[in-house]
Design a protein around this ligand. Structure first.
Ligand code: NDP
Length: 285
């Protein structure tokens, strides 16, 4: 009994140490940041936080008017420099074009925040392989293209790549097979890149952010009728992502307890099977 208690206390102490907040907002002041998917949702909230910390920011997405509105608010919140540009990540030419523009306008780059996500329905897989191919371009290949274009510039500034991933990239999630595939691909690619950069003693960091359900309008609209899971605030999720990048964490979780969700799933995979056994739903055609 005593031994179990000691192991528990040691694990709790190690966990608290691992997750202590070492973020210094001053470390972000004046930094040059490119945020994708910032016309709404978590990307928009990240733009507001970076603005309050006095960063120099370029935001991108497809909708010009929405970007303009976000940019206006960023200026009011204290952004040192604020610009926006449209780009469609389903167009293979746009990821590199956007990075090139940002580097030219900001004179370099400190944080590349990859956050955009294309539209995917929440439903049983409908055997549409074309959708999987196109969503791979938006959610995954464009991330790889942007990282590739930015790496030489980030080497010069000892900068960081931040990728916004999901619990759906750790646990194969039903009803979102195409989306979950893109997030698994992202975790695999950027995990491998982290290791390659470490072997090369590179000064570029890669942070992979694993998010649970977040209360953005698009997510809430999609999951209605599929889950009663609690959704966590987009503004808090956005701040956690910024902190993970600024403190150069390799992998971070918001909410924090999803670290244990993943751990338990890996150690006891049958728990998921038990949960699925309790579900039954007919496919609608
Ligand atoms: P939103 O749907 O709110 O925002 C998506 C952003 O991506 C918008 O700014 C949208 O702008 C942009 N976008 C969509 N398609 C394209 C495209 N083809 N080219 C360029 N930009 C595009 O998403 P969230 O804020 O909810 O999600 C942000 C990130 O967090 C994503 O990576 C998502 O996977 C991840 N995440 C979210 C969770 C949640 O519950 N919300 C849970 C786990 C992870 P526009 O339409 O103007 O192009």
């Amino acid at each position: 009994m005593k031994a179990y208690l000691s192991v528990f206390l040691l694990s709790a102490a190690l966990t608290a140490y691992m997750w202590r907040d070492t973020f210094d907002p001053e470390s972000v002041r004046g930094t040059r940041v490119l945020i994708t998917g910032a016309s709404s949702g978590i990307g928009e909230q990240m733009a507001y936080h970076y603005s309050k910390f006095g960063a120099q920011i370029i935001i991108t997405a497809r909708r010009l008017e929405a970007l303009k509105k976000v940019a206006q608010k960023c200026v009011k919140l204290g952004a040192k420099k604020m610009m926006y540009m449209t780009g469609d990540m389903s167009d293979p030419a746009d990821p590199e074009r956007v990075v090139k523009y940002a580097v030219e306008k900001l004179g370099g780059l400190d944080f590349l925040v990859l956050n955009h996500v294309g539209n995917s329905n929440v439903e049983f897989w409908n055997r549409d392989a074309d959708h999987v191919r196109s969503i791979m371009q938006v959610n995954f290949v464009s991330y790889v293209q942007m990282a590739g274009a930015a790496l030489p510039v980030l080497e010069k500034s000892a900068g960081s790549i931040i990728v916004v991933s999901s619990l759906a990239g750790k646990l194969a999630s039903p009803f979102v097979a195409p989306y979950t595939s893109t997030k698994f691909a992202m975790n695999g690619f950027f995990g491998a890149l982290q290791n390659e950069l470490a072997i090369q003693k590179s000064n570029v960091s890669v942070s992979i952010m694993i998010l649970g359900l977040i209360d953005t309008e698009s997510a809430m609209n999609k999951i209605r009728g599929f889950t009663t899971m609690t959704a966590y605030p987009a503004s808090e999720a956005a701040l956690s992502i910024i902190k993970a990048g600024a403190t150069r964490q390799k992998e971070a979780f918001y909410p924090w307890f999803h670290y244990f969700t993943c751990l338990i799933n890996n150690i006891f995979p049958f728990v998921k099977d038990l949960m699925l056994a309790g579900l039954s739903m007919e496919k609608k055609d």
